[in-house]
Design a protein around this ligand. Structure first.
Ligand code: ATP
Ligand code: MG
Length: 332
């Protein structure tokens, strides 16, 4: 087994989520990974679609090795040991695991994985997650600096993307209070299921009773780091749909969520999957390649330092939610 590597903080961790299956999460993960690598940034894609991985398949890799399953089962000590090169510059992937029960990693395994991602090193780590709102998926996304939410104009996709973000927000906020009284108050405020604008309402009520907690909530939400990617568009109307979705997310959940890229529904994209040759490697069609470049730029330009700093709380810079950060060694 390889000797323990010195811990290196990952430059920026980008989760690619969407709530719904088949909306293009893995496609986006892979193409931005390739683009960032080609731009000279040391990039790792980790396939965290626990149980249904396919990033390696999209690249035509037939023998992915032990992958994430090997790490989770302690066959290796570090994630880096299961990373494989895929013939694209500056890019390695950590293949996922389809082992039975893989989706049900326990809290200890999850914490170990989150720490490993934070310490993987390199410039960018892209975390491709599966569909759904399982706690493990939500936590993998919440822990990332940037959350790319992929959606299509289909009502079901928009609905699932919104529910997914709501689950992320609720899970993050629940961990915020230090004392049990505040925790109970916040819990009460967040569980109004049919309630419209529950987050806004919670903040308005907290302002009177727990002003410091209200400030902390607003601060966490302002630094949530969400970016929307609209996929499979067929008309300008679709773009408007994404813009409305963005407004709704910032209005209801109080998190800024700009639309940073739109991708057309294109035969070339479907064909790239079947040919196992990602668009960003093939270099065409040009407009889709440049959409991935623009998206990669947004990732690189995001002010991760600002997102990590709890401004009002004057807390130290942090990569991960508080519950993980407490367990991490100091950054080097
Ligand atoms: N813009 C597009 N144009 C045409 N086809 C697309 C486009 N985006 C995605 N697809 C098709 O949709 C399929 C699903 O994409 P992908 O595997 O990336 O989705 P996913 O969100 O990762 O799904 P899962 O939740 O199952 O992991 C791809 O195989 C591809 O054929
Ligand atoms: Mg996928």
């Amino acid at each position: 087994m390889a000797a323990e590597q010195p811990r290196r903080r990952t430059g920026r961790v980008v989760a690619v989520a969407g709530g719904k299956g088949g909306v293009g999460k893995s496609l986006v993960s892979l193409n931005i990974g390739i683009t960032l690598g080609r731009l000279g940034y040391r990039t790792t894609i980790i396939d965290c679609d626990l149980g249904a991985p396919n990033v390696h398949t999209l690249l035509g890799v037939t023998r992915p090795g032990p992958g994430l399953g090997g790490y989770l089962n302690h066959e290796v000590e570090t994630l880096a040991e299961v990373a494989i090169d895929v013939g694209a510059p500056n890019l390695r992937i950590i293949p996922g695991t389809a082992r039975p029960g893989a989706a049900n990693i326990n809290a200890g395994q999850k914490l170990r994985l989150l720490r490993a991602i934070a310490n993987l090193g390199g410039d960018v780590v892209i975390v491709d997650v599966g569909a759904g709102t399982a706690h493990n998926t939500v936590d993998l996304v919440t822990a990332a600096d940037l959350k790319l939410v992929v959606m299509t104009p289909q009502l079901t996709s928009l609905q699932n993307a919104y529910s997914f973000l709501k689950a992320c927000v609720q899970r993050s906020l629940r961990r915020l209070p230090d004392d049990s009284d505040s925790r109970a108050v916040l819990e009460d405020l967040l569980t109004g299921e049919g309630e419209s604008r529950p987050v806004q309402r919670a903040v308005a009520i907290l302002r009177d009773s727990h002003p410091a907690l209200a400030d902390a909530v607003v601060d966490v939400l302002a630094r949530f780091g969400v970016m929307l990617v609209g996929n499979m568009t067929t008309s300008d109307h679709d773009r408007d749909v994404f813009t409305r979705m963005s407004n709704m997310i910032s209005d209801y959940l109080m998190i800024p969520a700009p639309v940073v890229a739109t991708l057309p529904l294109a035969d070339a994209i479907r064909a790239s999957v079947n040919k196992r040759t990602p668009i960003a490697l093939a270099d065409r069609p040009v407009e889709i390649v440049s959409a991935f470049r623009g998206l990669s730029r947004c990732i690189l330009d995001a002010d991760v330092k600002r997102l990590r700093v709890a401004g009002r709380a004057q807390a130290a810079e942090r990569t991960l939610p508080i519950w993980v950060e407490r367990d991490l060694p100091p950054a080097r």
